[in-house]
Design a protein around this ligand. Structure first.
Ligand SMILES: NC(=O)c1ccc[n+]([C@@H]2O[C@H](COP(=O)([O-])OP(=O)(O)OC[C@H]3O[C@@H](n4cnc5c(N)ncnc54)[C@H](OP(=O)(O)O)[C@@H]3O)[C@@H](O)[C@H]2O)c1
Length: 242
């Protein structure tokens, strides 16, 4: 199993869900991260609690481009929880460094890495690629249109990749979380009924993987909400404050 975005609470919950549910242990979990310290703690936790071996591979999407560090990896499951919310409209959506960081981490520097692994999976003609997009990528809103547009690009990328790899024996799952109770949203006043825990996300993603679903909304209610939001006529939508 390969994890991109290892320190995400959702990644950690998903790893634990897999280790609890699966009888056959992975020989090794590849933890790809830009945060060595926190991932080291996770690796120790996995060893102590589940006797699970892992290998940490340092890769910062803002700096690193040498994909040869992944050449020896052989796996049939890729889980990508990479994401960066950045600043929103009130505190600097026009900030150039913020704009570049959001687009690079969520989209432009992530896609080459995804494609690197997609090619490996295609060569093996088997496996599953799971990517975390966002409801933010389903319609541009004033509150996060840079992040939302990068997530929209990632979401469409996963759609196309699924279509392409279907014919090669590889399955691609798009996860579309709504509000999530994670480090990314710490301190934000999120409405409880619309907010999912990392464990809820892990359970929904695990089920989608086992049932070979194409897309999964972590909380079903978000599917209804987004169906409405994407259908609001633009002449009304542009006047709304969302
Ligand atoms: N939280 C929400 O409400 C919410 C809603 C919808 C969608 N999502 C999406 O769900 C996914 C997980 O989000 P989360 O809430 O768990 O947020 P998070 O804790 O901030 O996780 C994002 C992950 O992105 C990785 N990352 C960030 N900058 C990186 C860089 N320069 N190079 C490599 N990796 C980098 C980090 O991994 P390392 O630290 O291991 O490098 C981090 O674990 C993201 O794709 C996010 O966009 C979240």
């Amino acid at each position: 199993m390969i994890i991109l975005g290892t320190t995400s609470d959702i990644s950690q919950a998903f790893i634990e869900k897999v280790l609890i549910e699966q009888k056959n242990k992975y020989p090794k979990i590849y933890l790809v991260t830009s945060n060595e310290g926190e991932t080291g703690r996770l690796a120790k936790h996995l060893k102590v609690k589940y006797n699970q071996d892992s290998e940490i591979i340092l890769f910062d999407l803002l700096k690193d481009t040498d994909y040869s560090v992944f050449d020896s990896i052989d796996s049939d499951l890729l889980f990508c929880a990479v994401g960066f919310l950045g600043k929103n409209s009130e505190d600097g959506l026009y900030d150039l460094a913020n704009t570049q960081k959001i687009t690079k981490i969520n989209y432009s520097n992530l896609l080459p890495l995804m494609n690197y692994f997609a090619e490996k999976f295609e060569a093996k003609k088997t496996g599953t690629i799971i990517g975390l997009a966002s409801v933010a990528g389903m319609r541009g809103r004033q509150s996060n249109f840079v992040y939302g547009s990068a997530k929209a690009g990632f979401l469409v990328y996963l759609d196309g990749l699924r279509n392409y790899l279907y014919h090669k024996g590889v399955h691609v799952i798009t996860v579309v979380p709504g509000f999530m109770d994670t480090k990314m949203t710490a301190g934000m006043p999120l409405p409880k009924p619309l907010t999912a825990s990392p464990q809820q996300a892990a359970a929904a993603i695990y089920k989608a993987w086992k049932k070979k679903k194409n897309k999964v909304f972590v909380k079903g209610i978000w599917k209804c909400i987004m169906t409405i939001i994407v259908h609001v006529p633009e002449f009304i939508f542009k006047k709304m404050k969302m």
